[in-house]
Design a protein around this ligand. Structure first.
Ligand SMILES: [Zn+2]
Length: 291
């Protein structure tokens, strides 16, 4: 008798437990900031899945790369500086250690970045490219895009990023709509720090030296791969003190400020990419990640 009751109770438990495992409690996802702007870094945090077998998702149709962070899973995503203001959908799915899968979805409302318009006058040969320079610039842009499409599956960075150069003035110019010699051009996708030629430039966080180059616009450059699709870029350098493939730590010297490439004076152009999204680099200095 006692055994039969126990058996019925166990069967009930199985019947009862199955739909819960299949449907599950709603997946708990926090998205920060709640009201982002064009060019912002967005973080998604998934909690309550323990040691998940799998956490995956997408933002604006682009895959998210989740990593364990404390008791949660987190992903860093970027809203390109020319993202159309309005709703951007996200979705997350998780399979917990018991094999139960849960989902959540929502959307972000992206606001305009309010970027200034910047009028610049540059010597004509720097702007009106001859066919050979045009070809070179096109090839170099393609090399950078191919790099941004390469996702290293391992997260190499830890904690907040650091400003890569000490500068007497705050960085400026991210997202500026540029009118050069009266013609509208690509928006400025990085932040410029003015500093004397020869000022040390350091790695903003731990990463692998993914590319060294001498590009038409960027001049002497270093690109660091931080893993999970996150890259930082250091343009117009005078000198470079790292080699391709090398792992660098946050704060490690990688080169010096210069004015190589299309530049009107010594400064560091510092840019960051999450996949193809051009993001505001200082957002990385305040990432809510402490590890
Ligand atoms: Zn710049």
């Amino acid at each position: 008798m006692g055994r039969a009751v126990l058996l019925v109770a166990s069967l009930l438990a199985i019947v009862w437990a199955t739909p819960i495992a299949a449907v599950g409690a709603p997946l708990e996802v926090r998205v920060l900031p709640a009201a982002p702007r064009q060019g912002d870094v967005v973080m998604l945090f998934v909690s309550g899945v323990g040691d998940a077998r799998d956490v995956e998702g997408s933002l604006g149709g682009r895959p998210l790369a989740f990593f364990p962070l404390g008791a949660e899973y987190a992903a860093v995503a970027g809203l390109d500086l020319e993202t159309k203001p309005g709703k951007v959908p996200w979705s997350v799915g998780a399979v917990d250690a018991r094999g139960a899968s849960r989902k959540a979805a929502g959307s972000l409302t992206v606001k305009a970045g309010g970027f200034p318009v910047q009028h610049l006058t540059l010597p004509a040969p720097m702007v009106d490219l001859d066919p050979e320079a045009e070809r070179r610039a096109t090839n170099e842009a393609a090399r950078l895009r191919a790099l941004y499409d390469t996702v290293t599956p391992e997260r190499l960075w830890r904690g907040a990023f650091t400003q890569p150069v000490s500068s007497s003035k705050p960085g400026s110019g991210f997202g500026s709509r540029r009118i050069i010699n009266g013609q509208p051009r690509m928006p400025h996708s990085g932040i410029d720090y003015s500093a004397d030629r020869g000022t040390p430039v350091v790695a903003s966080n731990r990463g692998r030296v993914a590319l060294l180059g001498e590009f038409f616009f960027a001049g002497r450059l270093v690109a660091l791969d931080h893993g999970l699709g996150l890259y930082t870029l250091y343009f117009h350098l005078d000198g470079v003190s790292v080699t391709e493939g090398q792992i660098v730590e946050r704060g490690q010297a990688i080169g010096t400020v210069g004015t190589t490439g299309r530049s009107t004076g010594p400064h560091l152009h510092f840019a960051a990419q999450l996949g193809r999204a051009r993001i505001n680099p200082p957002d990385l200095y305040v990432l809510p990640v402490r590890d």
